[in-house]
Design a protein around this ligand. Structure first.
Ligand SMILES: [Cu+2]
Length: 234
């Protein structure tokens, strides 16, 4: 009987430890709050007159007093002790877009460049006119060595929902660019427009090797709240 109780207790302790670890991991992995595009009116598009929505994001090279950065995900544990090495999209990576709408996104990009492995990710794909605007200059792409991050929306591999693919390279600021009052250099403002289709659930991520571990594709690269997120078309 003693032996049975001891075995039972051992199993119970094991269950509690595993459940606790899963709970903590889930909390650390929580999706950031939803950031929805704002409908601002209508616009003439190649698909006729559509609602027009806008969405604004920033990419910071590290957290600061002005920009606290994400607090979820395993990288938040690292960032607590190593505040200045993790880039992230801000204020959220959980994006919501209206269906059948012209969406204009503006990304204020504050990080310096690090070349993409595949030059394809330095090209603009899936925007209305095939270009993006970089600080006032419309371009179909940038040099692979000038990419700081990319914003790439794609489908879940299982498919079964409307096709959606978009890639926009985020141009880096000069490595020696002086910081301004907010502690960051003057950003490259990247603006681009695309048309959403039927409702669906997608993921997006960065394709520039800005993380750590295996070919710099670990760490923040696969982390929600940092360099990857979701796009829900509603
Ligand atoms: Cu990145």
């Amino acid at each position: 009987m003693k032996r049975f109780i001891f075995a039972l207790l051992t199993v119970a302790v094991g269950v509690i430890v595993v459940a606790g670890a899963v709970l903590i991991a889930q909390q650390r992995q929580a999706e950031p709050a939803v950031l929805a595009a704002t409908v601002v009116g209508t616009a003439e598009t190649p698909q006729g007159t559509l609602p027009h929505a806008t969405l604004e994001l920033s990419i910071y090279p590290q957290a600061s007093a002005a920009v606290p950065g994400p607090t979820s995900g395993v990288n938040a544990i690292v960032a607590e002790t190593d505040q200045d090495s993790w880039p992230f999209y801000w204020p959220s990576t959980t994006l919501e877009l209206p269906a059948h709408t012209l969406v204009t996104m503006t990304v204020h990009q504050y990080d310096s460049a690090g070349a993409v492995y595949n030059p394809y990710f330095a090209t603009v794909q899936g925007t209305v006119d095939g270009t993006a605007d970089f600080n006032g200059m419309k371009k179909p792409g940038i040099a692979p060595a000038d990419v700081a991050h990319t914003f790439m929306i794609h489908q879940y591999p299982e498919g079964g929902q409307p096709y959606f693919f978009l890639n926009v390279p985020m141009e880096g600021v000069a490595a020696d660019a002086p910081n301004e009052a907010n502690g960051y250099p003057k950003p490259v403002d990247v603006t681009f427009s695309f048309i959403t289709g039927d409702p669906g659930t997608y993921v997006w991520n960065c394709e520039d090797p800005c993380g750590d571990s295996y070919v710099q594709f670990g760490g923040v690269m696969s982390e929600r709240g940092w360099m990857s997120g979701t796009v829900t078309v509603v």
